[in-house]
Design a protein. Sequence first.
Length: 249
Amino acid sequence: MAVEISCPNCRYSKQVEEIPPGVRWATCPRCKQRFDFTKGWSGRTEPGRTLSPWERRAETGLIRGIFLTAKQVIFSPREFFRKTVTEGGLREPLAFGILFGSFGFLVELFWQFVEGEGDLSSIQPDALGDYGTGLIFLGAAVLCPLAATVLICLTSLILHLLLTVVGGGKKGFEASLRTVCYSQATQLWALIPYVGAPVATLWLVVVQVIGLREIHEVSYARVLVAFLIPAGLVVAAIMAAGVSLFLLD
């Protein structure tokens, strides 16, 4: 059974076929640091699963790691989530999610400004003068990572809770969060003017459905039911409100 060991210093990772009994120390071939891989071990004994290219960027390179991960998530989500590990720490997938989530917010803001032919000027203080628009975008660049983080965490919590209700959260919360984080790569569709944002939103949902099914190894039925529960609750609330108004009349 192949396992993957990752250096805690430089994040270089490598798959090994077998670890001899009693061995707990390894020396990283990249940074030469010796470490105890049994402490906070990010290697996983998951047959057929490995770290994403993003999490192996010390090996693949930063740009290539980002590109390969985004490409696989957008165009081959089934294969990506079927092969990616379900554990390994929250920091790396969350960083990827924040990067692309923030990008999506900024691009959407940019297109809204372009399509509105300068409507942002109406919300900038007169005292800022010609610098107003630039400062608004600067403020957005600062706030977007925070907004992306909050959105990712809330979405992960809600989806995992709903999956647990229908018996679909088999691999734990981290697996659900990893799916939500890596699905943010679909924000690249937002680069397309006019139709980009709706396409990104639609494909985000599709990728999350596929990803949750593959990473938790459950049926599509369970995942779809989990997604439909909020809609069902909203419909039930509307119907209850309508019945109450009818009875009051």
